[in-house]
Write a protein that binds this ligand. Structure first.
Ligand SMILES: Cc1cc2nc3c(=O)[nH]c(=O)nc-3n(C[C@H](O)[C@H](O)[C@H](O)COP(=O)(O)OP(=O)(O)OC[C@H]3O[C@@H](n4cnc5c(N)ncnc54)[C@H](O)[C@@H]3O)c2cc1C
Length: 409
């Protein structure tokens, strides 16, 4: 390990933390650079399908996650208007038996806390918070980074006589992995000047204590409600103490705003014709945060040198297959495997990682876009969708995505 080159990772989200852990376990020292002064995940729940839980278990995190996750008993797909169950499928022990790893639902803060603690336990990982990647330039001698250190909220004082709340510094690193999310600065610096596509969808997220959740909402199952121009997903998190709720609306004005608090009355109006349990669940939430949804084509970087991208920085996707985080977790495993194979040639390792990931993440992105169109169909097309789901039946709810869940990154 002493001779392995240190790899800089920009961004300590699900992608960066998992990659740091996997790379450190594979013998590489890692510098993890995170812009936020304090690591705290917002946005409530995340589903971890077997292709993702398999990697986390492989990293030895099962015991730490077990008290925090819920293995839902099953999933019910419902028609938003009538509330009728269109199909139900099992997600409990059947999933682990079929795929060799469980389907978990978990609060993001819990997942992040487990990943963070595991990183902190690894002497090979150094984590610097309040440090933002501004630019990255590949040179003969390494990758030259410009970083901006936040002086506010870190206890550091700005230089005397200055109002500065940040200070820039330069750093030369052997290798850079951009794991800095949808609006990746690494991606821009490495050559993609395009912006994410606005997909005219807004996600509304909230949690509701189980004690106040309406009786028509199962406590131990994933619920997916489909309707005209909107859908609703709910599942338990925090070891079953909270119900996580995500409502996604078709919303032409979505791209005009950033994440922030949402006016609940907008949701109440949009769901006024939905079945009572769905309306009651929305009514039970105190407050909502909104996310305009976007994606970008898969791009791992310029394809030369010891630089690459991962997670949402490389292949952000719409959440209609619940796979963005899972793909980031898979990326981490493949990246570490390839680096371990040629630790002395990181550029070659990064090219093999990119080649191994490109087709898969692009296929999942496409699948998410297709589901995005199907989920929100209206009128006769919505009726056709509901009929097709009924005919397909619960058994195929999960098995039709075998190609996603069976994958062993
Ligand atoms: C409504 C919704 C529901 C979803 N549900 C699921 C689900 O059920 N299952 C699933 O697998 N996925 C789901 N996803 C997708 C998943 O949340 C993302 O794909 C995942 O969080 C991406 O992780 P990441 O680490 O790549 O990026 P991010 O989570 O965006 O993390 C990026 C990190 O980089 C930091 N950063 C940014 N810029 C810089 C910089 N310049 N310098 C240093 N640090 C920087 C950020 O502060 C952040 O910590 C969902 C997404 C949405 C919107």
């Amino acid at each position: 390990m002493a001779d392995a080159p240190r790899i800089a990772i920009a961004g300590a989200g699900i992608a960066g933390l998992t990659a740091a852990l996997a790379l450190a376990r594979a013998g590489n020292p890692v510098s993890l650079i995170e812009q936020s002064a304090v690591l705290e995940e917002v946005g409530a729940g995340i589903q971890l399908t077997p292709n993702a839980s398999r990697v986390l278990i492989g990293l030895g995190l099962r015991d730490a996650l077990a008290p925090l996750v819920v293995t839902p008993a099953g999933m019910d797909v419902r028609a938003g208007g009538s509330g009728a169950v269109l199909a139900s499928g099992p997600l409990g022990p059947e999933i682990e038996a079929a795929y060799g790893a469980p389907w978990w639902v978990v609060h993001r803060a819990d997942l992040q806390a487990v990943l963070l603690q595991a990183c902190r336990n690894e002497p090979a990982i150094s984590l610097e918070t309040g440090l933002r990647l501004v630019s990255a330039t590949p040179l003969e001698s390494g990758i030259s980074l410009i970083l901006e250190r936040s002086l506010s909220g870190t206890g550091e004082s700005p230089p005397s006589g200055s109002d500065a709340v940040s200070a820039q510094e330069k750093r030369l690193v052997s290798a850079l992995v951009g794991a800095d999310g949808l609006w990746s600065a690494a991606r821009k610096a490495l050559g993609d000047k395009n912006l994410p596509h606005n997909r005219s969808r807004t996600a509304w997220r909230a949690t509701v204590p189980v004690d106040t959740a309406p009786p028509g909402i199962p406590r131990d199952r994933v619920g997916l409600w489909l309707g005209a121009g909107a859908h609703l997903v709910h599942y338990p998190v925090k070891a079953g103490r909270l119900i996580n709720l995500v409502a996604i609306l078709s919303d032409p004005s979505s791209g005009e705003s950033w994440s922030g608090p949402g006016d609940k009355m907008v949701l109440v109006r949009r769901f006024r014709n939905w079945a009572e349990p769905a309306r009651a669940l929305i009514a039970a939430a105190d407050s909502f945060l909104t996310w305009p949804l976007g994606d970008r084509d898969t791009w791992f970087g310029p394809g030369e040198g010891a630089v690459t991208l991962m997670g949402d920085a490389a292949h952000p996707m719409l959440p209609f297959l619940a796979q963005g985080g899972a793909m980031a977790i898979e990326d981490a495993a493949v990246l570490a495997r390839e680096v371990q194979a040629t630790p002395g040639d990181l550029a070659a390792a990064f090219r093999r990682y990119e080649a191994a990931r490109r087709a898969r993440v692009a296929a999942v992105q496409r699948g998410a876009r297709v589901n995005g169109r199907i989920y929100h169909l209206d009128g006769p097309l919505g009726f056709a969708r509901d009929t097709a789901i009924r005919l397909m039946g619960g058994k195929h709810l999960v098995s039709s995505y075998d190609w996603i869940y069976r994958h062993k990154a």
